[in-house]
Design a protein around this ligand. Structure first.
Ligand SMILES: Cc1cc2nc3c(=O)[nH]c(=O)nc-3n(C[C@H](O)[C@H](O)[C@H](O)COP(=O)(O)O)c2cc1C
Length: 311
């Protein structure tokens, strides 16, 4: 869905030692996508160049905060006008953007496996290894992300990602975002922890709100065609009811990151066996799910060519 264009709210000219700078405030109503959300942009423009940009949105201001996004935008513009009139060089230096995304050195692969157990050598790790082997046998590239290796801050609900599509934190999520922008198949492997996913995996899921925000803001949600998702889970207890809560969590996550969920193989009773390797048919189920997903992706590529992001 296309976002409505921002409309001008105010525009003022400030005379500086480098020439005239226009400080403008723009407003964008995005409530068609996010209920009640309004975005405000404050921009300082010298000639054709935007020398400073501040963005804010109404979701940033929680109910107990005595400030609105609109007030914050106008207040910024007022401050900038005063600063520009006095010290334009200092203003430009202070507002030089310092982006940490995209992560240019992050590896990108055809398949990404997120191994969501904090145990690096447990059942989920075994499943992640089986997935990777099938992918490699097909001649495709794969990376397995061990969440225990990543240093991640949990989402703090600041909603700043709805301003420019970039999370406020600069940490090990940057390569994860990059990987999820490019992979055709995303496989997540998770143990059941208190009926849902472990905290580290939940942190990744919540932090992917930034990926969703970026795609919405820039209008680049990838086409569902040509991408696929798999969710594998293990539970200690016996019974499929142990996956009743985790499966809706996984479904919501795959929808958030735009990987249509193709299959959700689950394995219960892990506390009753030496390991998933000892469970008859487990490996074959995992390999079969991966092979079916890859077949579907590759068949679509043969027909349609490699899918590209929608403009
Ligand atoms: C903190 C914690 C919570 C757990 N909660 C559940 C649960 O709610 N239901 C269940 O069936 N098993 C539960 N388990 C057992 C794990 O799902 C099981 O041991 C699984 O095999 C662990 O996966 P891993 O070997 O990949 O680490 C829990 C284990 C831990 C450590």
């Amino acid at each position: 869905m296309k976002l409505p264009l921002p409309s001008p709210l105010r525009s003022r000219i400030v005379s500086t030692s480098r020439g005239e700078v226009t400080v403008r405030i723009l407003h964008q109503d995005v409530s068609s996508l996010y209920p009640g959300m309004e975005r405000y942009f404050v921009e300082a423009v010298l000639g054709e160049e935007v020398i400073a940009s501040f963005r804010t949105n109404s979701y940033e201001y929680s109910p107990g905060v005595a400030l609105t996004a609109e007030q914050a935008a106008f207040s910024h513009a007022d401050d900038w006008e005063a600063h520009l009139a006095g010290d334009v060089a200092g203003f430009v230096e202070y507002h030089t953007p310092r982006h940490h995304y995209p992560a240019p050195d992050a590896p990108v692969t055809d398949v990404v496996v997120i191994q969501g157990s904090p145990r690096p050598d447990g059942n989920c790790a075994a499943i992640a290894g089986w997935v990777a082997e099938v992918v490699k046998e097909r001649g495709l590239s794969v990376q397995v992300l061990y969440l225990d290796d990543l240093i991640l801050h949990p989402c703090i609900g600041c909603y700043r990602c709805f301003n420019d599509g970039v999370c406020t934190f600069e940490d090990d999520m940057d390569p994860v975002y990059e990987a999820l922008e490019h992979a055709l198949l995303l496989a997540v492997v998770s143990p059941v922890y208190t009926n849902t996913v472990p905290a580290g995996l939940k942190a990744v899921m919540d932090r992917c709100q930034a990926l969703h925000a970026r795609r919405t803001i820039t209008g680049t949600r990838p086409p569902d065609k040509g991408r696929s998702g798999l969710f594998f889970s293990v539970a200690g207890r016996v019974g499929t009811e142990n996956f009743a809560a985790i499966l809706p969590v996984a479904t919501a996550f795959f929808s958030l990151v735009a990987y249509p969920l193709a299959a959700t193989p689950c394995f219960d009773g892990m506390d009753h066996v030496p390991g998933i390797g000892a469970v008859d048919g487990a490996r074959e189920r995992v390999e079969g799910a991966v092979a079916a997903s890859l077949d579907a992706i590759l068949a679509r590529d043969e027909v349609d060519g490699i899918p590209e992001e929608e403009a």
